[in-house]
Ligand binder design. Sequence first.
Ligand code: XMP
Length: 540
Amino acid sequence: MDTILILDYGSQYTQLIGRRVRELGVYTEILPGDTAVPTVGHECATKNHYVGIILSGSPYSAYDESAPKPDPSLYQTTLPVLGICYGIQRMTVDSGGKVARGPEREYGKKPVHILEHEVLKHDLEDASAGQEPSRIDPLFAGIPSEFSSWMSHGDSIVSPGNGWRVIAESEGGIPAALAHETLPRWGVQFHPEVSHCEHGLDILRSFVFGICKATPSWSMETYLAEISQDIRARVGQSPVLLLISGGVDSTVTGALILKILDPEKVYLLYIDTGLMRQGESEEVMENLKRLGARHLFRVDAESRFLSALKGKTDPEDKRRTIGDLFVQIQEEEVARLGIPDAILAQGTLYTDLIESGKGVGTKAQTIKSHHNVKSPLISAKRAAGLVIEPLDRLYKDEVRNLGRLLGLPESIVSRHPFPGPGLGVRILGEVTKEKCDILRNADKVYIDELHNRGLYNKIWQAFCVLLPVRAVGVAGDERTYGYVVALRAVVSEDGMTASVYPFSPEDLVAISSAITNRNPSVGRVVYDISSKPPATIEWE
Ligand code: XMP
């Protein structure tokens, strides 16, 4: 399959580049920035065929001692290369050009002007017979000469490297895009992968199809066909065990293995911690039954979790307690099921893989790595080669599409992410059954309101947090002393960074009234207007 290789130098946008190119129907792989090129193409496990390379941005300056450097083979390759931000600065410095810290950081929307260049011998050779050579670089084919880009950089290119020419500039004549005069290399100072960048996707499209000549062959249908064959071959006649968390990823994994394997061989285990959202456990069980699950086990462990959490107020202590008990119950239940030789299926996503050699760059950061419970059972199975991770090449939105293809209802596939420790990290301070019920109720009202107002799918993640304070209020003629609930709603691409969802004041006021009207224990509602960073999405 035609693949674009992305070399990662640690930018927060690396994953986004991969997602955007896949949106165009071309498969992408992210590898550490110093991976040898293109030898790796022949060694790669997925037997892919590289047609082009994109160099990501980086938090480093190209002159930093510890700045990540490409393998020298990058400069030998005949594959087209596009450097983004640090990617082009790196190529500039490595080819004798100069990069320097500008008077101020260029950040946010910045106008870019595409330049017409003088016609060189190479342009004449490229022009079709009888046609005038274009004075606009092919990277900008069909794009208006002025557009609003998205910048995020401290260093700027002062002079291009040997053989490079400037093909677009931003205000003050700062180079915004460059192309090599004879080699298939390009670079942009801005971020075409960020949705605020006008024509960003068009520029990536020009690179991927116009320059790299990629054939679009990446779709969920082809993925499903390919992964089905792989998984069947790996599993053979062994039983498969999947731990269901209630989230999108494990549910889609469940739907997938039930479809492609003999359901008699599939064991699904769901541990109800009592820290789930309202109706969640029932909905998950119902859906898996509908998908043909024969061995579906629900373990009701609410009282064990609540007793373990009794008196605990420190966030890390609470997380540890929940994680440890989860592992303990999981081991007990697996022993009870009597399938010691079972292969373990996991809903790991592409973004969850961080170690080098597993397909994602060493410097890429991920959401779940530091959250996921590392259990001895999973480690032992992994060491014995008994783990299958059928979603490990997919991004979250692709998993949602796969879920749709497998016939999961929209209420499951478009559900907002939910943390492993559940409501345990959304009840600040000590967790009790009473507080879980209050929070579940308030959260349900909030989420229903978002659905009714057509806002749910515009928000990446929304939920209520129960604060460990009470406030005075009045209901009828009576003084009340109710809980305070904070509303959280953020937009994000992957949870790494997030901005506050800009509700209209009318929506906020109506949501607040709905929560207090339907939940007498809640006296006050506040809205959390913190972005990530500096805040995190969850409160604990
Ligand atoms: P934070 O709070 O770190 O959250 O900004 C980023 C994203 O990760 C989710 N999250 C978790 N997911 N186990 C998970 O599977 C966890 O322990 C966990 N903690 C946070 C959070 O909901 C958000 O989507």
